[in-house]
Design a protein around this ligand. Structure first.
Ligand SMILES: Nc1ncnc2c1ncn2[C@@H]1O[C@H](COP(=O)(O)OP(=O)(O)O)[C@@H](O)[C@H]1O
Ligand SMILES: [Mg+2]
Length: 270
């Protein structure tokens, strides 16, 4: 669960305006109270598939219109998040596991079946909850990177698809480091509200990178190829501004391994 200050700073409602030119096009609609209640109490197993999950007449007309207009912008085919998370743990409830949204019922189904979304909505804050509709993009798993920023310096880059071996990382490693460092320095450094954080990017060399999301940097955030144990001590240490980030990836194809196996292996190599 996120801390209150984290909830504020990492809500897409807070960062989207600043970074809209370098992230996925998004339209944010406030989640009305009535719909929040439906999402919180709906038991998906009980809902009759032939019927609409929610009776539109119960919802504010303005919300329904805003939602419809937003979905139209994306040709009725969007990706959805709340302020902080995507309902990725509800993938199996979507056609082809794509988590595509073609109507309001899809949002309700995904949000209701996702425990991370349910958890977010159970926190009482004065931050208004939202539905963030984003352009749906087909993402190659090898193109997803998580970047670790400490004291406003990019220190670590890890594939999000970890531990998986991708042969091209070795060859493209220097370009991946250069491009992501420039991208960070030119577009993100000192523009985000915090000095320690992670940001997720899509980057397929030689295309330009773009932001997917921001997350707090703490023990609960998955750092994939890095461990919290090695990152935490760097947080309170002065570091030179020009230090290059470490791009850590699996260098050999060793079949299916766990994250712990991979970390042990890397420790032995270092
Ligand atoms: N616009 C999008 N279209 C299609 N898939 C997406 C989109 N945005 C994110 N994804 C996929 O969903 C995953 C989770 O997205 P993300 O925004 O980071 O949510 P979370 O913060 O809950 O992890 C990403 O790793 C990516 O594979
Ligand atoms: Mg995220």
């Amino acid at each position: 669960m996120l801390e209150l200050q984290d909830l504020r700073d990492f809500s897409i409602t807070n960062w989207y305006g600043t970074f809209k030119d370098i992230t996925v096009k998004t339209i944010i609609v406030d989640l009305p109270e009535q719909l929040l209640k439906t999402i919180q109490k709906e038991d998906i197993q009980d809902s009759d598939e032939d019927n609409e999950i929610v009776d539109d007449e119960e919802l504010p007309v303005e919300f329904l219109q805003d939602f419809k207009n937003a979905l139209n912008v994306f040709d009725n085919n969007a990706f959805v998040k709340n302020n902080w998370h995507a309902p990725v743990d509800a993938r199996m409830f979507s056609f082809g596991n794509y988590l595509k949204v073609i109507n309001l019922d899809d949002v309700i189904t995904y949000f209701t079946s996702s425990s991370r979304i349910q958890e977010d909505f159970s926190i009482v804050t004065n931050i208004p909850f939202c539905i963030a509709l984003r352009k749906w993009i087909s993402i190659h798993p090898a193109a997803e990177f998580r970047c670790i920023v400490i004291n406003n310096v990019l220190r670590g880059i890890t594939p999000r698809d970890w531990p998986t071996f991708y042969a091209h990382f070795k060859e493209e490693g220097p370009q991946i480091i250069d491009e992501l460092t420039n991208f960070f320095n030119d577009n993100i450094k000192l523009r985000f509200l915090r000095k320690h954080f992670v940001f997720d990017v899509i980057f397929q060399y030689p295309d330009k990178p773009y932001i997917i999301d921001f997350e707090p940097l703490n023990s609960k955030t998955n750092l994939y190829a890095f461990s919290w144990k090695e990152i935490q001590p760097l947080i309170n240490k002065d570091s030179p501004d020009d230090v290059a980030p470490v791009f850590r990836y699996l260098e050999t194809d060793i079949g299916i391994i766990t994250k712990t196996d991979a970390l042990n292996m890397l420790t032995r190599c270092n």
